[in-house]
Write a protein that binds this ligand. Structure first.
Ligand code: F0G
Length: 350
């Protein structure tokens, strides 16, 4: 039986006999081969489907570690700023551990499913007229002056937990892929994956991928080389203009010989529809940035034909039902409660 990350990867994680055995059985997510897109793009394309974690995003990997270590240190409160997924995971693991989560979120910019999770897991929810970057600055300051533990990815235990996804990819493929494509928001996850690939390679000689990070064009601070005071994108998960792990992300890019590029909202929405409709894989818009980046990189030649590529799908499509309904090109038909009328309609489709 899979008992979660702390149990499975303890020799790679900063855990001791005093670390609580906290788990919601996170991790062990599927690596799905995209058959249709692989053929069309002439590459070998897989997705690491992190939307199947207990709260529906990769944040569970980091949060199980951060909350377990907070509890181990005697903390009764954890706090985070969030575009929605971090807060959902913090609230869930705090509930599981019997402590309180406090979350600070940008008003009107958190997807419906993520907000529903914060309510149900019993977080103290604070919304502000401000963006993620401003919320993060506030919670960083508060955590320095109070007994509340900060669980954003500047907490080093977050990256420790998140690096385990790289281990799973190497175990599933037998070695690292040629290219790892990943959305970039606050830049913690790209940094965590790179750490994971390097550590696994050092002990198991699994090799190293090139790290390809993708920011949304309206929030592409690293690509532009400057803080973006008012980031905007349909992919609210990565609507971040001053990534906290900026330097670590650049190191991952440079050490691996990879790149960080921008994808437009149009490219994101196109990729979002494509993987759902052609592959049956529903991921949230922020996640689709990785697929948008793969499409762009095959087109411009930075991913050569024949490459083995893993794109990280960071969050479940169900997180953001409003964007799904808006972005879909499917029209629902409304018919009478009448078998003959419905049959006529269906026969017209055949
Ligand atoms: N994808 C999703 C679905 C996310 O929720 C996030 C970040 C990212 C990608 C980017 O990861 O920040 O490590 O570069 N969401 C954070 C949050 C900011 O608050 O949930 P990153």
């Amino acid at each position: 039986m899979w008992k979660g990350l702390i149990d499975h990867y303890k020799e790679y994680l900063p855990v001791s006999e005093n670390t609580p055995a906290l788990t919601l059985h996170e991790g062990n997510t599927p690596l799905i081969h995209l058959n249709t897109l692989s053929k069309e793009l002439e590459i070998d394309l897989y997705v690491k489907y992190e939307g199947l974690n207990p709260t529906g995003s990769f944040k569970d990997r980091g949060m199980v570690m951060a909350v377990a270590k907070a509890v181990e240190a005697g903390s009764k409160f954890v706090i985070c700023a969030s575009t929605g997924n971090t807060s959902a995971a913090a609230a869930a693991y705090a509930a599981r551990a019997g402590i309180q989560a406090i979350i600070v979120i940008p008003k009107g910019k958190v997807a419906a499913g993520k907000l529903a999770q914060a309510y149900m897991y019993g977080a103290k929810i604070i919304e502000i007229d401000g963006n993620f970057d401003e919320a993060l600055q506030i919670v960083r300051d508060i955590s320095e002056n109070t007994s509340v533990t900060l669980v954003n990815s500047v907490n080093p235990y977050r990256l420790e937990g998140q690096k385990t996804a790289a281990f799973e990819i190497c175990d599933d493929l037998g070695s690292a892929p040629d290219i790892l494509a990943i959305p970039v928001g606050n830049a913690g996850n790209i940094s965590a994956y790179w750490k994971g690939f390097k550590e696994y390679n050092a002990t198991k000689q699994t090799g190293l991928p090139k790290m390809f990070g993708f920011e949304a064009e309206g929030a592409a601070a690293i690509v532009r080389g400057e803080v973006i005071p008012h980031p905007e994108t349909v992919a609210t998960a990565i609507r971040i203009g001053n990534p906290a792990s900026w330097k670590l992300a650049e190191a991952a890019r440079d050490e691996s010989g990879g790149k960080i590029a921008a994808v437009t909202d149009e490219e994101i929405l196109n990729a979002y529809r494509l993987i759902a409709s052609k592959e049956g894989v529903f991921a949230e818009p922020g996640s689709a940035a990785s697929i948008a980046g793969v499409l762009q990189s095959v087109e411009n030649g930075s991913i050569p034909k024949g490459s083995r590529v893993v794109a990280v799908l960071t969050g479940n499509g169900l997180k953001d039902p409003d964007t799904a309904v808006k972005a879909s090109t499917v029209d629902m038909v409304s018919l009478a409660n009448d078998e003959a009328e419905i049959r006529t309609y269906i026969e017209g489709l055949l």
